[in-house]
Ligand binder design. Sequence first.
Ligand code: CA2
Length: 153
Amino acid sequence: MKEIQSQILVLHGPNLNMLGKREPNIYGLKTLDDINASLNSEAERLSVTVSIEQSNHEGILVDLIQGAFDVFNGLLINPGAYTHTSVAIRDAIAAVAIPTVEVHLSNIHQREPFRHHSYIAPVAIGQISGFGAESYRLGLQALVNHLRSHAYP
Ligand code: CA2
């Protein structure tokens, strides 16, 4: 059997372009470029392709998710604050039905009560939260493991 190479879309939500520049006590010192470089090298190690986008706008994130249908077979997303507010992003993920892993730098369950609820979690395979920049690498590994163990022969 020849394995089809997985194409993964990585989406970073609002304000994540500020990483490493503000609030390092909560979000760490790594910049978004550092995280993307680590995702690219992990993708190479896992023999998958990643395409990475960041947007501060809910509708753009919805468009990117809709555009992923029939193009990508996995979605790795840190929806940022939209995690706690966005029915639109949740509906887009449910509509395209692409296996999705939700990641967070901080442990959202240890923070303010309004961050404990995720609209995305029920439509994701799982959630990785609280490991800083490492959450993304762990999330990519979990997503690729899931795709490989659920691939058709
Ligand atoms: O922990 C995470 O990854 C979050 O998704 C980050 C969001 C927050 O609203 C979620 O509750 C949890 C915030 C991203 C803001 O990122 C910044 C980075 C540097 C400086 C300021 C904001």
